[in-house]
Design a protein around this ligand. Structure first.
Ligand code: PEP
Ligand code: CO
Length: 468
């Protein structure tokens, strides 16, 4: 961390390099014991081949530029904290399956192509509200994600270990490799009718509607020739981009490469890095680093983020007003969004600045269950989604995507939804390393409800536009 921060004027005049962040206050960074060990790891990382290409990054940026204008919709979803142990055949397949099936359901509901970005292949670093964790009187450094330390509550595991940066890159590479291999084979096997377990739907009060939606989607997916004509939204169906929170800057710096052909610097470990709420300070290290890379970037904004700071973030992170460059991910919470979101949308709208607005209905809706689990209520998540579509429609600003924490596994971490998970069920399959995720069934159900919420807001907007 620098002892004196440069002024805003210095920031603008300084020549950007991937190590520029070292001149700024860097929150949420671990303290490594071995500076030599860390520097050897950084040198090694700098020599390794990229996980993504600058061409893919530019293609994603173009797709996000479309989403910004309301012509496509972004599904940005995956683990809260990806673990190295999640790098298995089954989990990769299940992740693709849930993203792919949600993509089809969203395309059906929203009548537009869905751009899919996973929180995976690098989502290994976590911000924590406290540097320390206490259990029965013992105090140890908090778990900061597999890229930093281990989650086991003992001294050895919690010590930040530089070698984990290389392990993270290797696991991200293996995850990307298999994801790409399955994509190259064609992902349509994941839409096979046998691949849609539906017993949970039958238990729902909305069973008729859900079954009709799913059978329409399956029919279209099963018959691609006819499907593509009748359902021209298969455009992005075979692609899944990667993303992670660019939190651990000792990792992000050496994986950032200059591309002479395309011009500029690219974070070559992921298509779309994002800046978390806790590190979105305008004059902090994360914004300084992100300002100079060519990747599309996301920034989380919350109920406490002011309109003035949103405008400053836009000016700092997208000074050339490049389409698709900047995604603002709002995470207010269902009880705060009605008051907190409109002023941000209005402030940006009057400037004419273009950003992609995406809703994260997860992080403002975390609570503790009576049984002591960190959980989220499906109904709260759904309510924030319905409100967001209404607010965006009323302000005339497209809601261009959704950001979710979910898994293709049958976990019990969030309560509610048609499959009826109750607080008493949470202990059955609570597996997340940090935040509670929607399970496979809850994810599919939410994809259908997002389509409904979008259509309801369109109807409200149309009614409002009808002259009296
Ligand atoms: C996250 O996305 O996992 C996260 C930590 O979110 P936020 O920065 O919005 O708190
Ligand atoms: Co989270």
């Amino acid at each position: 961390m620098s002892s004196s921060s440069p002024s805003k004027q210095d920031v603008r005049n300084e020549k950007w390099s991937p190590g520029i962040w070292r001149n700024y206050p860097a929150l949420q960074q671990p303290q490594y014991r071995s500076a030599d060990g860390l520097s050897a790891v950084r040198d090694k990382l700098a020599t390794l081949p990229p996980l993504v290409t600058s061409r893919e990054i530019s293609e994603l940026k173009a797709a996000l530029a479309d989403a910004q204008e309301g012509r496509r919709f972004l599904l940005h979803a995956g683990d809260c904290a990806e673990r190295f142990s999640d790098c298995t055949t089954a989990q990769i397949v299940n992740r693709i399956k849930v993203l792919r099936q949600m993509g089809l359901l969203l395309a059906h509901g929203l009548r537009k192509p869905i751009v899919k970005i996973g929180r995976f292949a690098g989502q290994y670093a976590k911000p924590r509200s406290s540097d320390w964790e206490e259990r029965s009187g013992a105090r140890l450094p908090s778990y900061r994600g597999d890229i930093v330390n281990g989650s086991t509550f003992d001294h050895e595991a919690r010590e930040p270990e530089p070698g984990r940066l290389l392990d993270a890159y290797a696991h991200a590479a293996m995850t990307m490799n298999y994801t790409r291999a399955l994509a190259a084979d064609g992902l349509s096997r994941f839409d096979d009718p046998l691949n849609w377990p539906l017993d949970w739907v039958e238990r729902s009060s909305k069973a008729t509607h859900y079954l009709r939606t799913i059978s329409e989607v399956i029919a279209q997916a099963e018959n691609p020739a006819q499907g593509r004509a009748a359902f021209p939204y298969a455009q992005d169906a075979d692609r899944i981009y990667s993303s992670h929170e660019a939190l651990l800057l000792e990792f992000e710096e050496p994986v950032t490469r200059e591309n002479a052909n395309r011009g500029g610097w690219f974070n070559a470990s992921t298509h779309m890095p994002w800046i978390g709420l806790r590190t979105n300070d305008l004059d902090g290290a994360h914004v300084a680093y992100s300002s100079g890379i060519e990747n599309p970037i996301g920034v989380k904004v919350g109920a406490g983020t002011t309109p003035a700071s949103v405008l400053q973030l836009i000016e700092r992170l997208n000074p050339r007003q490049e389409a698709g460059r900047l995604t603002l991910i709002t995470r207010m919470g269902h009880s705060k969004i009605a008051a907190s979101l409109p002023p941000l949308l209005q402030a940006v709208r009057v400037t004419g600045y273009k950003v992609l607005w995406v809703l994260d209905p997860m992080h403002g809706n975390t609570e503790e269950s009576s049984t002591g689990f960190k959980t989220r209520r499906f109904e709260a998540i759904h309510s924030e989604i319905e409100q967001a579509f209404q607010i965006h429609a009323a302000e005339g600003v497209p809601l261009g995507g959704i950001h979710l924490e979910l898994t293709g596994e049958h976990v019990t971490e969030c309560v509610g939804g048609a499959s009826g998970i109750r607080e008493a069920d949470l202990s059955r399959a609570y597996k997340t390393a940090v935040d509670p995720r929607l399970n496979y069934e809850q994810s599919l159900e939410l994809a259908m409800l997002i389509g409904q919420a979008a259509n309801a807001s369109r109807n409200t907007a149309d009614l409002a536009a009808v002259p009296a």
